[in-house]
Design a protein. Structure first.
Ligand code: C2E
Ligand code: MG
Ligand code: MG
Ligand code: MG
Length: 281
């Protein structure tokens, strides 16, 4: 059983159409059980503000799935399946409650985490009660809208559905901040930057990773930095892996940095020690 399931997981990348379809179905069946069986969890990656002295800007919640046979299944594999199958809706409700509960716990523990960013799929915005769910989760745990940041991609911004627009509008009116994830990889139509309530841009990690090798990546990064600055938006650079990248970015202006150089995404229980060790408490 275990062997054949592992084989299924790997076959997602198989060239054979039938095998792929079967592997996809096996993944969906397993994912359906993941939530009730408690196999989902969240890890949190610190985001550091590099304006003057390093300070904690916030953390990003990243979903993790540990399957008893397959081990850790990467989100890039299971999130698309969750979206196509509709399982994403239950997972998003769980995510919202888990994030708010964790943030409230940190507050009770006296841990200074200014904000928690979470990722929302475009599909989640098709649910007409998304905004209500978020408000209810905040209320349930005694949090303010400013405690959360909603990371979305350009596909949400470009979605012509009125239900998506209504969710965005209502969440904005409630005081929630949107962050545009993977910025620079999507439609690159910039008109929505002033039409829609975006407080933060996240420069995609592909730019950060090419900084030292590619003059084009450096030029594009500089233009995104000045775009963010002139529009008055926070800029987060994700995927920061080397000291060289950090030094170059910091020499160009102020921004928020996030990446393995500082920390991998951590289980909640490991965050206090990490903050302490880095003088960020
Ligand atoms: P994302 O939101 O753009 O998250 C950044 C990804 O980069 C994360 O991968 C993170 O672990 C990884 N990362 C962080 N620092 C570094 C670094 O220095 N180098 C490299 N190479 N990677 C780094 P992860 O956790 O595998 O998540 C992948 C994607 O899955 C996320 O991209 C997001 O689109 C999606 N995802 C994760 N959690 C959730 C969730 O709760 N809900 C939804 N809808 N999507 C999620
Ligand atoms: Mg993200
Ligand atoms: Mg990203
Ligand atoms: Mg991504």
């Amino acid at each position: 059983q275990a062997k054949s399931e592992t084989r299924h997981s790997l076959l997602l990348f198989s060239a054979d159409m039938n095998q792929r379809t079967e592997a996809r179905a096996a993944l969906e069946r397993a994912l359906r059980q993941a939530l009730p069986l408690g196999q989902l969890s969240l890890h949190y990656q610190p985001q550091l503000d590099c304006a003057e002295a390093l300070s904690l800007h916030g953390v990003e919640a990243l979903m993790r799935w540990q399957h008893p046979q397959w081990g850790w299944v990467p989100p890039d594999q299971f999130i698309p399946v969750a979206e196509e199958s509709g399982l994403i809706h239950a997972m998003t409700r769980w995510l919202l409650d888990e994030c708010c509960q964790q943030m409230a716990q940190w507050r009770r523990d006296g841990l200074r985490v200014p904000r928690l960013a979470l990722n929302l799929s475009a599909r989640s915005f098709h649910q007409n009660d998304l905004a209500q769910h978020i408000e209810a989760a905040l209320q349930r745990h005694g949090l303010a809208p400013q405690d959360l940041v909603l990371e979305i991609t350009e596909s949400v911004m470009m979605d012509p559905r009125s239900v998506t627009a209504a969710n965005i509008k209502r969440l904005h009116q409630q005081g929630l901040v949107f962050s545009l994830d993977d910025f620079g990889t999507g439609y690159s139509s910039l008109s929505y930057l002033h039409r829609l309530p975006i407080g933060e841009l996240k420069l995609d990690k592909s730019f950060v990773q090419d900084l030292s090798a590619s003059p084009t990546a450096r030029a594009l990064t500089l233009s995104v930095m000045s775009l963010a600055q002139s529009l008055g938006k926070t800029l987060v650079a994700e995927g920061l892996e080397t000291r060289e990248q950090q030094d170059w970015l910091q020499s160009q202006g102020s921004l928020v940095l996030q990446g393995y150089l500082f920390s991998r995404p951590l289980p909640a229980a490991a965050l206090p020690a990490w903050l302490q060790a880095n003088g960020l408490t």
